[in-house]
Design a protein around this ligand. Structure first.
Ligand code: URA
Length: 192
């Protein structure tokens, strides 16, 4: 059986060649993942933005830096996390990925989940939420901070950090307060 790192490398090579949707034509780098292959927590965001497209690293722009700052503050370490997105290539002008693009890319993400086999998958924002939980009535505001068990995997949705960039308050029940509480809940779940 090939090592997990070798399998992930092969998957990344496959993604580099991928032409399953049109986004390969406009992207610069594919944004495959960041973090540790033994991580107990896997974060799944929406899609690469400009900074991610330039560097090939997910969650490296303003929103990503904010997420990483919160993780640092509550003591979730780089070794504890693996980060990916619902799609690997940046949609032009940062529009939301279409369902066609998400389906074209889903086998990569599903294989990453299988190989990393995290204890918890954190769905960052509504696009990631909708990719895994198909209840149309479930908004991110209702779903955040709750555990959803699907096919023996645990998912916890949280707000997208780009939403927090618009709300600076940290008072009780503000988006930033809820975001922090959700991350603390996730940390405690993983340590259980
Ligand atoms: N937003 C996302 O959802 N993913 C990234 O990688 C960066 C910003």
């Amino acid at each position: 059986m090939e090592k997990i790192s070798a399998q992930l490398n092969n998957l990344k090579k496959e993604a580099l060649e991928c032409k399953n949707c049109e986004l390969f034509k406009t992207r610069n780098k594919i944004v495959f993942s960041d973090g540790c292959e033994n991580a107990p927590i896997m974060f799944i965001g929406e899609a690469p933005g400009q900074n991610e497209d330039e560097t090939g690293i997910p969650f490296i722009g303003r929103a990503g830096q904010l997420l990483r700052k919160f993780l640092f503050e509550i003591g979730i370490k780089q070794d504890d996390i693996y980060i990916a997105n619902t799609i690997k290539c940046r949609p032009p002008k940062n529009r939301k990925p279409t369902s066609k693009e998400k389906s074209a890319c889903k086998h990569f993400l599903d294989k990453q989940i299988e190989l990393i086999n995290p204890k918890i998958i954190v769905l960052v924002g509504s696009t990631a939420l909708e990719s895994f939980i198909t209840d149309k009535k479930l908004t991110i505001t209702k779903a955040r901070g709750k555990i959803f068990e699907i096919n023996n995997r645990k998912f916890i949705p949280i707000f997208h950090p780009s939403y927090l960039l618009r709300y600076h308050s940290t008072e009780e029940n503000s988006p930033r307060d809820l975001f922090k509480k959700d991350l603390i809940f996730i940390k405690n779940e993983v340590l259980k």
